[in-house]
Design a protein around this ligand. Structure first.
Ligand code: HEM
Length: 246
């Protein structure tokens, strides 16, 4: 990869791979080939502040070819999971605020109180990750339905986050929602590793946005086009018009 554009194109390609049969497709990790493993290997001797419980062990294993594939796979996961998700969180926040002028006015009045709940409500209302899939190991009974063994199950996060049994007025974008038990970061063993970072990025971007924006609206009358595949929810592009009175 040569630049940010290449990176973005690659990330897009990878996010849509569940729509294709990408097993064994070398494009998944090709851009990371040529990665300098000496950086990881040096963890065996100097953890360099990366003092995770297993950093020494990872450093020791980084010379083995099988471990290198695993390490690249993990870096790939981090790059994908950490970039497209948060950028869509921000776009989705702007869309939600453009569509709800009252919410934007309240947020401008009490940013310190409302920024955290705005991020949580965007995560619920326009969940950046709409679904995840699982493979059932054995037959399971769930809400009166039998899921057979080895079935692919789509867990619809976006739908769960608008479940009227969990949320009052689920179709309403409500900055004062409390509690807000959304599952935008998943649930259980695979709960998002980067949730704290994503919330921090969201908060920082929102603070900066409010500092530099008094009014904001969508710049086009045409409806925005969603990302293909409906996996990562957000717009393909979002022209906006904003003003700032100095
Ligand atoms: C708004 C931003 C984000 C959203 C909505 C989000 C959402 C999710 C979801 C739903 C899962 C669960 C996947 C599953 O159950 O299979 C997940 C897992 C994960 N996320 Fe995030 N994520 C976000 C940001 C990040 C960031 C910033 C990073 C790291 C830099 C990250 C790293 C990961 C990793 C490594 C996993 C896999 C955890 C595991 O399988 O144990 N995510 N994320």
């Amino acid at each position: 990869m040569r630049n940010g554009e290449d990176f973005r194109a690659h990330v897009h390609w990878c996010w849509w791979w569940p729509l294709r049969d990408a097993r064994g497709d070398s494009r998944l990790i090709t851009p990371l080939r040529g990665f300098d493993f000496s950086v990881v290997q040096s963890l065996a001797v100097h953890p360099k502040g990366l003092d995770f419980p297993r950093s020494k062990e990872v450093g020791c294993q980084a010379s083995r070819q099988e471990s290198q594939a695993e390490i690249l796979g993990f870096f790939q996961l981090l790059l994908l999971a950490g970039s497209e998700t948060t950028s869509n969180l921000l776009s989705n926040a702007i869309i939600s605020l453009c569509e709800n002028a009252g919410a934007f006015a309240s947020l401008r009045q009490s940013p310190q109180t409302l920024i955290p709940s705005t991020i949580e409500e965007v995560l619920r209302y326009r969940s950046p990750v709409q679904w995840m899939f699982r493979l059932s190991r054995e037959a399971v009974e769930l809400s009166g339905q039998t899921i057979p063994a080895r079935a692919v199950v789509l867990a619809m996060i976006g739908s769960a986050n608008r479940d009227p049994r969990q949320f009052a007025n689920p179709e309403q974008f409500d900055l004062s929602r409390d509690p807000n038990p959304h599952i935008a970061f998943g649930h259980g063993a695979h709960f998002c590793l980067g949730s704290a970072l994503a919330r921090l990025e969201g908060r920082t971007a929102m603070e900066e946005f409010l500092r530099s924006t008094d009014r904001v609206e969508l710049a086009s009358e045409l409806p925005w086009t969603p990302n293909p595949g409906l996996h990562v929810h957000g717009p393909t592009s979002l022209p906006i018009r904003f003003t700032h009175e100095i």
